[in-house]
Design a protein around this ligand. Structure first.
Ligand SMILES: [Zn+2]
Length: 63
């Protein structure tokens, strides 16, 4: 994956909120099954300009 800002190859990194906990996207409200919609997040950083890109691992869950 190339950086959209400067074109340098981006590196996959881990994004942490709390120590040892991977960041998670959440819709914040329960769906019809009473479950909150959540998806893990992939994170890439550009070593050139510092641009950070986040990508949901399971984006279809938010349809
Ligand atoms: Zn860049």
């Amino acid at each position: 994956m190339e950086c959209i800002k400067c074109g340098m190859e981006m590196k996959k990194v881990n994004l942490f909120g709390l120590p040892g906990v991977n960041m998670t996207l959440s819709q914040g409200v329960p769906n019809w099954q009473g479950m909150e919609i959540r998806s893990a997040v992939r994170c890439h950083v550009c070593p050139g300009c510092g641009y950070v890109e986040l990508q949901a691992v399971e984006p279809y869950k938010f349809r």
